[in-house]
Design a protein around this ligand. Sequence first.
Ligand code: PFF
Length: 473
Amino acid sequence: MAAAGASSAGKDGWSSKTAFVLAAIGSAVGLGNLVRFPAEAGSNGGGAFVLFYILCIVLIGLPILLAETLIGRHGQASAPQSYRKLAEQSGASKAWGGVAGLGVLSAFIVLSFYCVLGGWVLNYIWLFLSDLFTTGLSGGAFQGASFEEVEGLFPSMIGNGPLTVGMDFLFLGLTLLFVWRGVSGGIEVAATWLMPIFFVLLVAITIYGAFGGAFSQTVSYLFTFEPEKLTGPIMLAAVGQAFFSLSLGVAGMVTYGAYVGRDVNLAGTSVIIAGADTAVALIAGLCIFPIVFAAGLEPNGGLGLMFQTLPHAFQEMPVGSLIGLLFFIMVAFAALTSSIALMEVPTAWVKDKFGLSRHVSAILVTLGAAVLGALSALSTGSLADFHPLGFIPLFEGQGVLDTLDTLTSRVAMPITALLTAVFVGWIADKRLIDSENGLSGGLHVFWRFLVCWLCPIALFAILVAGIFPSIIG
Ligand code: PFF
């Protein structure tokens, strides 16, 4: 494999720069862009939230994205080993590998509950598929069903343990299928097929939805500037969302960076990845809300937007069964390319650490994620009253799924990102970093300033505010 993006000879790596960029975009674009961003942007201050989010992407996300990919490309190994190698060459403690170790653990945990949500999406594909067969193409979706019935599909699904666990396993199995086949033979194949189809579906559904007539209402909902809504907790949510959306703080971009050839300019690819991820988040808003408003519905926040409001809106839409089916297929594709990245991180680590084959490593990771995932899947049903860390205020009243989400997004991921910024900005040998980052002149100085100062300070604030939410009210 001699193409442009491939890593060192004999090792599995991306077959081209495009393959790397598509896979990294595939990792970044996921449920975060399609579910969380539109819901938060709409209800949290519209244009002010969007502007603040973009600032977070540019000033904090982008510099860390470059830092993570360059550590990986330099190390050409699993994330902890790449950190360790750079630390050793810089005369620093090998313990810096532990930072990536925490990232690997987070990736594993996020994988376990991300696949539960992926399973919910698969179930909705099934619902719309069966609806298409029964109602056909003549009108909206779920004909004859009342709003309450369609809305009720969601609680009855998440309360059904065998169904959520089964769908979780199915989604995990699909993820394994690609990780099993390796970087160029599996992960890259998923990215190069699924991501273009995803983009086409997103744009097509957005254009179709725009004909419903509620486009201007959407634009004012998403972009009206309401800075007074931009409170501390909401700003915190925006930064956290920017990080999650770019797949940072879980060693994901370090792992993907390890498969990149030396000829690739990482600064350039980081800008493309962050730009595409942000564009998809914005287009997702412009896709979802016209459908919701055209049906005369009020958008609700959180998961209800995707799993309750939208299915109801498809009821009112011409050929709603088909559009609903295509919509959830699109979401599944985005989620799958993200879960593949999440599985690759611990798989690469197990492979490196214990000298096992990719196949055995991927199976071990899958089995672990299945056990933890089953607990998350049941936490919206029979295990709803089990609050594993409920004695700690931050996790009070949270079931397994919410606990794992809080633990990773509020605690572990910001710690990993913060220490990564400190590592690249202050600890690692400057010459080594500069030989990898693809920057020069003023941009280089600016990036250094962001990594050395702004990112650590902002991330420290995020960490403290995330763990002690009462500080910011
Ligand atoms: N960026 C993904 C999303 O927005 O849904 C989530 C994610 C994927 C986080 C892969 C971390 C990761 F390594």
